[in-house]
Design a protein around this ligand. Sequence first.
Ligand SMILES: [Zn+2]
Length: 244
Amino acid sequence: MPHKGKLLVITGAGLSAESGISTFRGANGLWEDHKIEAICHARSWRSNFDTVHRFYNARRTQLATAKPNAGHEALVEWEARYESILFTQNVDNLLEVAGARKPVHLHGFLPDMRCTACDNVWTIGARAWDQTKECCPACGSRKDVKPFIVFFGEEAPLYRALIEALAIMTDDDVLLIIGTSGVVLPILDIAEKTPGLSILNNLHSEPAIPEDLFDHVFIEPVTSAVDKMDRVLRETLLPRKGAA
Ligand SMILES: [Zn+2]
C-alpha cells in the first residue's frame, strides 16, 4: 500500500542527453584543444576570459532549440504529485521549460550570468554574451562577469541544501537517482545512508555506483524507464493533498 512520504530526486547529464544537449567535448575530452577543467577553473578563468565565454556561449545558445524529453516531463509530474524536492547537476533549463517549479541547480544555471565584483546574478536567456562589450548591469564591470556556473575549484553553495535535505529523509521517503555517474556527487555514500526506498536509472552501469544498494535499478535510457519508475512511485507514495 502506498504511504505518506517525500520524494528526493537527484539528476545528472543522462537526463538531458536524449534532448541533444551536447557538452561540446570530443572523445578526447577536449573543446577546441582546451581542457575544460583547466580553463573553467576558479584560479584560471580570468586569464582564459575569452575562451571561457566562447565555450559557454556555445552551450547557452543551444538551449534555444533543445526540447525537454519524457524524463523531464515525468519529473515535472512527480514534482506536482508528491511532496518532493528536485536537485539537478545539469546547468540547462529543460526542467524549467517542461514546467518544473523549483529545481535546485547544484552546479549553476546557463541562462544566468554572475558578476564576481558585486555578486549580481541576472538572466540573459539562451543567447551569447558578448564578453568584449557587455558589462554587469548593476556595477558596470566587464572583466568580472562570468557564466553563473560553478567552476572547477569553486565551492557549490547549494550542496548545503542537498546535504540538509538528505539528512532529514526518513524510511517513508524515496530517493530517485537519474543519469549520473556518481563521480562528482558521492552517490554511493548517499545511497548507503538513505533510510527508505531507492531507485536508480542510468543508461550504463557506472563503476562508482554499486547497484545492489538500490531497491529498483533501471539500466536503460530515461525515456524508456519513466513508466516503470512511475509504477514504483505510485505503489510506494501517496499523492500530496490536492494532487491528482
Ligand atoms: Zn557587478
